[in-house]
Every structure is written in structure tokens, then in C-alpha cells.
Design a binder for this molecule. Structure first.
Ligand code: UD1
Length: 431
């Protein structure tokens, strides 16, 4: 008898030639007996996306299934609705040519507890309805944590057998060692309950091994963000944003800010905007505004530090200097603006990776990073949020980028293929 589901880890270990090692604790799962009914049917994979940084990570997996494994895997996207504005979500589906999700939980904004709780109960219903063989979660947002937790504990009945889908975490093993960051908690929990851990860099493998994860569950596959970047780069090259903003051929910088630790405290936000203002005395700095940041700038009365693109020739032309507030940019628009920027200053985790791949000097406005490879092998400098730190960081990022721009190992545009190859191997081993 063969199972209709890809195996959960208790059985998955049986196919592995290498014995389990380390202090990894098996998630408690029901063993699923083998059924003979649908041996050759494609295995169903649910791909979870919830917030803006997830979309460019799920896209390469979706594309790779459709292009290389459509006969073996059936892939469906579930959107939790954590991000819901057109500019934070729909635009990304369009730019990345993703199909509409098969389900949207529409959880929206709320406290961490309420948002997570809504995703837990909503995703449980989806699992019962779709009964997937594999669930893939990506990144470190609340949706990642919640959907991983549901998958790790669910019992689904399929073909008269009770068990749970295999759980894969993409972008596993990143650690900032700062548990005050909600994302760090999300990463630790998602990794702890996942069966298959796909990593973007070698240091993530080391982190997982040091936490006792057996080597055979860790798969260094490269960075799916870079798959999306490479695939969308030609669209970015022929984009209209630079024209629209009157920036083609001009020097400008870019900044993104959204972390609560930076934008929720008036003194921190003011210091960052003041340092940006100094940098923007020589060239415009574009600041596409995350909804949280926009709200905080307004409520703290810091709006006068910003300027705006001015109408001209039917466009909205960026001024010669100043911090230029913009709406959030769509994915391809962001790539277009980033690749030609003189520098980027950001508290995002993903933008330093993209800046590294594009060879753009990057200043991270944080005290720590879960992505040290962007510093050791990339263009990124960890600057903190003091005025001095930011100004020095910018100088250092420019110097290091001019010296020797490098791209980390396996950031080659093929991470999605490697992930899908592994998922197929798991499915094949079951037949
Ligand atoms: C979330 C992720 C963070 C990620 C970021 C990218 C968590 C814990 N945080 O943070 O890791 O880097 O997304 O943006 O999962 N809002 C809107 N429209 C939207 C979405 C949000 O107006 O479509 C506003 C709401 O006021 C909301 C606030 O933004 O309260 C924050 O949204 P939320 O999803 O809670 O967290 P982010 O700060 O976006």
C-alpha cells in the first residue's frame, strides 16, 4: 500500500539512507499508511504567501513547478491576506505573473496575536478542504509562522488514512539572534516544526546544524529572491519609473523604512530622517512609503522633512535634492529604481540581498542582520540608526562596492528549480 500523501518526517526518515543525528525532536505526527489508489497522480503542493516580501520568494517555486514538474506536482497558492493593499499585494502578483490564489484568508491588519490566530484557524480550514501533500512556507512573516504551525499539527483524513502534509520552509536557518524582532521568533518556530529546510546561504546551514537539525533535512539551494530578480530584470530595464520621475541619467538614492523598531519611536524616526536629509542635500533620495511609515510620519509631525515629485511634462519629476516621498513601488518598478540607484538605505531584509545581486551600495539601518552574507560577500554595511553610523556606513558601502562586488554562492537564479527537484524526489520516493 502506498500513501496518497508525501510522507511526514517519521516515515520520510525511512527513505533516507543517512540515519538521523543530532538532537532534533520529531514533530508528533500520525503515521500515514500506504494506499495504492493514486500512485501516479500529481502530488498537491500548497504554497503560502501572506505579505509583500513573500511574493518574490513563492514565484520561483511556482514557475519551476509549472516549467519542470507539472506532471508530478500540482501547485496552488494560498494568500493569507496579511498584506492586502493593491500596492502591497496585487501589483506583485501581476509583476511576477502569478495566478490568483486559490484561497485568500483576508486576515488583514491586527495585533500579532489576533493576526496569527486568524491565520491559524483560516489555514486549518484550507488544509481540510484542499488536503495537500506538501505545504511550503517562505520567509519569516506572521503568515509563515502560523501556516507552519497549523501544518505541523493537523490531522487530515485522505483515502481513509489520517496524517499530515510534509512541511517545507524556504529561507530557513537565518538568525539575527535578536528575539525582540517578531521575525526572529517566526523563523525559529517555522524551522523547528518544518520537515524540509531550504537555505539561501551556508551560514544558515550552520545555524540549523548547531540547533540540532539533521543534515539530511537541510538543503542549500540558493536564494529564490534572486531568481525573481533575474527573471524580472529585463522588464525593469525597460520600465517607465525613471522616465516618469525624470531620473534617467541622474544621481539619486533610495530608502525604505518599515520596521517598528525604526518607525514607531519618534526620536529614532527623526534621527534617521535627519541623516537622510543630509545625504539628500546632494541628490534626491526616493522614499517609497510603507503604510506604517506614512502613518507614523504623519502622527509624529515629521512630514515637513519630506518633499514630493513635482508635475512636469505630464510626469511627476523628482526635485534636485530632498527626501522624495512616493507610494509603495510595485516589484518591477522597485527593481528598476534600485538597479540604477547610487545607494540604498534600508531596514528591509530582502533589499540588501537584491542590492548585493545588483552591485548597489547598501546601508542597513539596523543593529543586526540575519543575512550576514550580504555583508561578507555583498555590498551591504550594517550601520545602526545613529546619524554618524548612517553617514559612515554610506561611505563604507560605496568603498566596498567599488573594490570588489561579489555575488554569494548559488545566487544564480536557479533556487526554485532546486527546491522543486527536491520536492519531486520526495514525491518520487513515495511511489
Ligand atoms: C510585515 C512583516 C515584516 C515584513 C513586512 C514587509 C510580520 C511580523 N512582519 O510587516 O517581516 O518585513 O511585512 O512589508 O509579519 N498595512 C496596510 N496595508 C497593507 C498591509 C499593512 O495599510 O496591505 C498597514 C496596517 O496599518 C498594518 C501595518 O501596515 O497595521 C503593518 O502591517 P503588518 O502586516 O502587521 O506588518 P508589516 O509592518 O507590514
Amino acid at each position: 500500500m502506498k500513501s496518497s500523501l508525501v510522507l511526514a518526517p517519521v516515515l520520510a526518515d525511512a527513505w533516507s539512507s543517512e540515519a538521523s543525528s543530532g538532537s532534533w525532536t520529531e514533530p508528533a505526527v500520525s503515521r500515514r499508511a500506504r494506499a495504492s489508489s493514486d500512485d501516479e497522480a500529481p502530488k498537491r503542493v500548497l504554497l503560502v504567501a501572506g505579505a509583500r516580501p513573500n511574493f518574490m520568494k513563492v514565484a520561483p517555486i511556482y514557475w519551476a513547478v509549472r516549467e519542470t514538474a507539472a506532471d508530478r506536482l500540482e501547485i496552488e497558492i494560498v494568500h493569507t491576506g496579511q498584506h492586502y493593499d493593491a500596492r502591497m499585494s496585487d501589483d506583485f502578483f501581476r509583476d511576477l505573473r502569478l495566478p490568483p490564489p486559490i484561497a485568500n484568508l483576508n486576515v488583514g491588519s491586527a495585533s500579532h496575536a489576533v493576526q496569527t490566530a486568524k491565520i491559524l484557524s483560516g489555514f486549518e480550514e484550507v488544509l481540510h478542504e484542499r488536503r495537500p501533500d506538501v505545504v511550503v512556507v517562505v520567509g519569516d512573516v506572521n503568515s509563515t509562522l502560523a501556516c507552519a504551525l497549523v501544518t505541523a499539527k493537523i490531522e487530515i483524513e485522505k483515502d481513509g488514512i489520517v496524517g499530515r502534509p510534509l512541511l517545507a520552509h524556504v529561507e530557513a536557518g537565518l538568525r539575527s539572534r535578536d528575539r525582540a524582532m517578531p521575525e526572529e521568533v517566526n523563523r525559529i518556530v517555522a524551522d523547528a516544526v518544518s520537515d524540509e529546510l531550504f537555505t539561501t546561504c551556508r551560514d544558515a546551514d550552520d545555524n540549523l546544524r548547531s540547533e540540532g537539525v539533521p543534515a539530511e533535512r537541510i538543503h542549500f539551494v540558493g536564494n529564490p529572491m534572486i531568481d525573481s530578480l533575474r527573471r524580472c530584470l529585463s522588464a525593469a530595464e525597460s520600465g517607465r519609473w525613471l522616465e516618469t520621475l525624470g531620473l534617467r541619467g541622474r544621481t539619486y538614492g533610495l530608502c525604505t523604512l518599515h520596521r517598528p523598531s525604526n518607525v514607531d519611536r519618534p526620536e529614532v524616526l527623526r534621527t534617521i530622517l535627519d541623516a537622510l536629509g543630509e545625504i539628500a542635500a546632494e541628490r534626491p533620495i526616493l522614499l517609497p512609503l510603507h503604510p506604517r511609515t506614512r502613518a507614523r510620519i504623519e502622527s509624529f509631525g515629521l512630514g515637513r522633512r519630506l518633499t514630493h515629485a513635482k508635475p512636469g511634462n505630464g510626469n511627476a519629476v523628482a526635485p534636485r535634492r530632498g527626501i522624495v516621498a512616493l507610494e509603495p513601488l510595485p516589484y518591477v518598478g522597485m527593481l528598476e529604481v534600485l538597479r540604477s540607484a547610487d545607494c540604498v538605505l534600508t531596514d528591509s531584509g530582502g533589499i540588501p540581498e537584491e542590492a548585493t545581486a545588483l552591485g548597489v551600495p547598501c546601508v542597513t539601518l539596523r543593529e543586526n542582520t540575519e543575512r550576514p552574507v550580504t555583508i561578507t560577500a555583498g555590498t551591504n554595511v550594517l550601520a545602526g540608526v545613529s546619524r554618524r553610523g548612517i553617514l559612515d556606513g554610506l561611505r563604507e558601502a560605496k568603498e566596498k562596492t567599488a573594490r570588489e562586488p561579489r555575488v554569494p554562492e548559488l545566487w544564480d537564479g536557479r533556487a526554485g528549480e532546486r527546491i522543486v527537484a527536491r520536492l519531486c524526489a520526495l514525491a518520487e520516493a513515495r511511489r
